[in-house]
Design a protein around this ligand. Structure first.
Ligand SMILES: C[S@@+](CC[C@H](N)C(=O)[O-])C[C@H]1O[C@@H](n2cnc3c(N)ncnc32)[C@H](O)[C@@H]1O
Ligand code: SF4
Length: 379
C-alpha cells in the first residue's frame, strides 16, 4: 500500500467550547504522555500502509498545541517527514517557545482558530482567545519563520451582524494570512449551545446565504482564490504568496478522494476501499494500543457506487472540474441537463473526456446542486 497522507488526532483542550462537536477531552495533562506513546505505537502498527515518502501530515484536534510540550515534541520527532506538515493551533497557546518547538519538529504550516475578532462574539462562542491573542499569535509565528499560516473564521454566530462579519474579514486580511477557512457555524440540535441561542440561531440561519456571498466577494476582491466551498488561498502572483500554490494539500487529498491514514482516538482512515473509524473513547484507545492491539474501531466497505458518489460530492466542492469517467454512474444525466439549463452546472469536453463543474452561482448552492445531480442514483 502506498498511502501518502497521514492525519493525527490530538483531542486535548483547555476547556470545551459550547458549539464544538469534535472528539475532545478537557485537561488530562497527566495523560498526554501516554496518549503520545499510544499514537506512536498505532503508527508502528499501521506503518505498512504508508508510502516511503509522505505528501502531507495533519495534526488536528482538539487543540494539538495544548498538548504538553515534551509530549508534543516527542510526537513530532516520531512522525514521518512530509512535504506539508500542518498543526492546528488555538491562538492563546502560541508562544515563542511553542513556535520554535513546531519549527524544530518539521511543521511548516499552522492553522489558527481565530473564529472572530469581536470580543462579544468570542464570548458567545466561549473562546479563551481575545482578538489581540490572534494578532500576537500570527506575529509570533511569523517571527519564528512560518510563511504558511491559515486562519479559521466562523459566521452565523449568535449576535453577529453583517457589519461584524465585514470587520472580521478586514481584521483577518490585515494579518495577510496565506490561507483562510470560513465556516458557517453549525449548531447541533439538542446541545447546550443550541438550547441557549435557539431563536437567534434561527435568525442567523436566514442570513447565511448573504454572509457567504459577502465572504466570497470580499476575499476574492482581496486576491484570494476561492478554491473550495469554504477555503481560500492567496493567488500565486500576490507578493506574499511568491508564486506558491497555497491550497491546503492535506484537505485537497480528501476532496480528491485519495486514501489517507488517520491515527488517534476518533480518527478516520480510508484505505483500499475500507473506511475505519477509531471509537471516540480515550481510555479504551490508550489501553488497547499500549497493549499491542489495534484500537477499538468500526469499519465499512466503500463500494464502487458509494465511492463514485463521494468523488462527485467532494469533487464539486473544488474550483476544478470533475471527470465524468471518475464518477461513473453517480451523475443523473437528466438532472445535469436541467441544472445546465438553469445556469448552475457546466459540462465541458476536456482532453481526457467530459468534465462536470459548478458555475459561480452553482457554487453558492453547492450542497443542494450536488444532491440534485445525484438524486436518481441514490440506492
Ligand atoms: C477541529 S477545530 C479545532 C481547532 C482548534 N481547537 C480551535 O478551536 O481553534 C477546527 C475548526 O473547525 C471549525 N469548527 C469547529 N466547530 C464548528 C462548528 N460547530 N461549526 C462550524 N465550524 C466549526 C472552527 O473554525 C475550528 O477552528
Ligand atoms: S478549542 Fe477547538 S477543539 Fe477544543 S473544544 Fe474549542 S472548538 Fe472544540
Amino acid at each position: 500500500m502506498n498511502v501518502r497522507h497521514l492525519y493525527v488526532h490530538l483531542p486535548f483542550c483547555a476547556h470545551r467550547c459550547g458549539y464544538c462537536d469534535f472528539v475532545t477531552a478537557v485537561g488530562r495533562t497527566e495523560q498526554h504522555g501516554a496518549y503520545v506513546d499510544a499514537l506512536l505505537a498505532e503508527l508502528e502498527l499501521e506503518r505498512g500502509v504508508l508510502a516511503d515518502e509522505l505528501e502531507t501530515v495533519f495534526l488536528g484536534g482538539g487543540t494539538p498545541t495544548f498538548t504538553e510540550a515534551g509530549a508534543l515534541a516527542r510526537l513530532l520527532g516520531g512522525l514521518p517527514r512530509a512535504e506539508e506538515v500542518t498543526v492546528e493551533a488555538n491562538p492563546e497557546t502560541v508562544t515563542a517557545e511553542l513556535a520554535r518547538l513546531l519549527r524544530a519538529g518539521g511543521v511548516n504550516r499552522v492553522s489558527l482558530g481565530a473564529q472572530s475578532f469581536r470580543p462579544r462574539l468570542l464570548s458567545v462562542l466561549e473562546r479563551r482567545a481575545r482578538p489581540d491573542d490572534v494578532r500576537r499569535a500570527v506575529h509570533t509565528l511569523r517571527d519564528a519563520g512560518f510563511d504558511n499560516i491559515s486562519l479559521d473564521l466562523l459566521y452565523g454566530i449568535p449576535g453577529q451582524s453583517a457589519s461584524d462579519l465585514e470587520h472580521d474579514l478586514s481584521d483577518a486580511l490585515t494579518l495577510e494570512p496565506e490561507h483562510l477557512s470560513c465556516y458557517e457555524l453549525e449548531a447541533k440540535p439538542g446541545t447546550r449551545f443550541t438550547h441557549a441561542h435557539g431563536a437567534e440561531l434561527l435568525r442567523q440561519s436566514e442570513a447565511m446565504e448573504g454572509y457567504y456571498e459577502r465572504v466570497v466577494d470580499t476575499l476574492t476582491a482581496a486576491g484570494y482564490r476561492w478554491y473550495e466551498t469554504a477555503n481560500f488561498c492567496l493567488e500565486p502572483e500576490r507578493p506574499v504568496a511568491a508564486g506558491r500554490d497555497l491550497r491546503a494539500r492535506h484537505n485537497l487529498a480528501y476532496w480528491r478522494g485519495r486514501d489517507y491514514l488517520g491515527i488517534g482516538v476518533g480518527a478516520v482512515s480510508t484505505v483500499a476501499g475500507v473506511r475505519r473509524r477509531n471509537l471516540p473513547r480515550l481510555a479504551a484507545y490508550i489501553d488497547a494500543v499500549l497493549g499491542g492491539k489495534r484500537p477499538p474501531s468500526e469499519s465499512e466497505a466503500i463500494d464502487g457506487a458509494t465511492s463514485s458518489r463521494e468523488r462527485l460530492l467532494l469533487g464539486l466542492r473544488l474550483d476544478e472540474p470533475v471527470r465524468l469517467d471518475d464518477v461513473q454512474g453517480a451523475l443523473d444525466r437528466g438532472a445535469a441537463a436541467r441544472l445546465v439549463a438553469g445556469g448552475l452546472v457546466e459540462l465541458v469536453d476536456g482532453e481526457l473526456g467530459q468534465n462536470v463543474s459548478l458555475t459561480r452561482r452553482g457554487r453558492f448552492l453547492a450542497g443542494g446542486v450536488a444532491a440534485e445531480l445525484m438524486a436518481l442514483t441514490a440506492p
